[in-house]
Design a protein around this ligand. Structure first.
Ligand code: BGC
Length: 381
């Protein structure tokens, strides 16, 4: 079958023929419909992230997946051919208490694996085989947006973590809050916009910032979801100092991470989801002022990565709510859908105003590369 393959830490990616996976006992075979591309995929293609499976140099890329069940190893797996499914990404170490209870997103040993990222093949292939407990049902009504479910799960988890911290200072039961909660979302890629969606569904007043002006698709879509968009190219001065109960960061800029502390309200929580470049040059930080204010204002900063299946399920429920409240708006996050053969063009454009590029696998695969064929390796300049 055709698959998009990387060889981390070597930069580059290629479409190759790889063996079709066998159907293990109790497993489910899934035909991949489409896969979204995110910053993590770009990092892997650039050679800055990613690990092949043990004993191999190659790794099938792709983790933001949507597929359709084609075969089940036995009855009773909870899925039937024709079901739409999204697979979770992380596979636990099997040792720690979190991995043993379905919360590998909190793995303590660090010996987890992630499909398409670390130690396990991903979903940018015609098919994959998986255990049913790693598959999440998607209703057919969400077909057009379900490829966004994996990033949505990351957002659901991150916001849940922030809200757990905010709950420290909930008003006394029976005494209503005197104002809606205020949230700031930093970054308007798919993660940032989906965070704005979840926060709007929860009733927050939402401000979303980037540095790309007011006329981008992201700014327009955010307004459609009832969020306020602010161009922060000139800095955070006009955004609101000490104004936000919850700040969700989705850029991966460590400089911005530090600057965002100034936007936190008293008792506020900053949730970081972007993964900064560990090799970014060090920047001076006024640590005395930063931590003094953090303590005196009861503030917290929380990192959040990955998501377990409960957050995928919450994402399905919130997609349904969002589609009812803002019909058709979620689908506008998808900048392009292109056949997998056009992977080089898609991977060459890292942002440039795009929100989510999607590679189509199932329909695109039919009748293109046959056994033994491959397209030239694409290496970044
Ligand atoms: C994925 C997560 C993963 C993280 C770190 C993200 O792009 O969505 O599932 O845990 O990268 O590898």
């Amino acid at each position: 079958m055709k698959a998009l393959v990387v060889e981390p830490p070597r930069p580059g990616v290629a479409l190759r023929d790889v063996p079709r996976p066998g159907l293990a006992a109790g497993a489910v075979r899934v035909r991949v419909l489409e896969v979204g591309i995110c910053g993590t995929d770009h990092d892997i293609v650039e050679g800055a992230y990613g690990t092949p499976p043990d004993g191999r140099s190659d790794l099938i890329l792709g983790h933001e997946n949507l597929g359709v069940v084609t075969e089940i190893a036995s009855e009773g797996v909870g899925f039937a051919p024709g079901d739409l499914v999204v697979a979770t990404v992380r596979r636990g170490c099997g040792e720690c208490r979190f991995c043993r209870t379905g919360q590998s997103d909190f793995c303590e040993t660090g010996r987890y694996r992630e499909r398409g990222i670390r130690g396990l093949d991903g979903y940018l292939a015609e098919e994959y085989v998986e255990r049913p407990d790693y598959l999440v049902h998607v209703p057919a009504s969400l077909r057009d947006v379900a490829v966004l479910l994996e990033p949505m799960s990351v957002v659901e988890k991150a916001i849940a973590q922030g809200e757990k911290v905010l709950e420290r200072k909930e008003p006394t039961p029976g005494i209503p809050a005197d104002r809606p909660r205020r949230a700031l979302v930093a970054g308007t890629g798919a993660i940032g916009i989906l965070a704005a969606v979840v926060l709007r569904l929860k009733g927050y007043d939402v401000v979303a910032i980037d540095r790309h002006g007011e006329t981008t698709p992201a700014a327009t879509i955010l307004r459609a979801f009832g969020a306020r968009h602010v161009d922060a190219a000139a800095g955070l001065g006009g955004v609101g100092q000490r104004a936000f109960d919850l700040v969700v960061e989705a850029t991966g800029s460590s400089t911005l991470d530090v600057a965002l502390f100034d936007c936190l309200a008293v008792n506020g929580t900053l949730v970081l989801t972007g993964i900064p470049d560990a090799a970014a040059p060090p920047a001076p930080v006024a640590t005395g002022r930063l931590f003094r204010e953090l303590v005196l204002a009861n503030q917290a900063v929380v990192g959040s990565v990955n998501a377990n299946r409960t957050y995928f399920e919450q994402g399905v429920a919130d997609f349904a709510s969002a589609e009812r409240r803002w019909p058709g708006t979620l689908g506008r996050l998808i900048t392009s859908r292109r056949p997998i053969d056009q992977f080089a063009d898609v991977l060459a454009q890292r942002t440039g105003g795009a929100i989510k590029h999607v590679l189509q696998v199932a329909d695109a695969a039919a009748g293109t590369a046959g056994p033994g064929s491959s397209v030239p390796r694409f290496d970044k300049p």
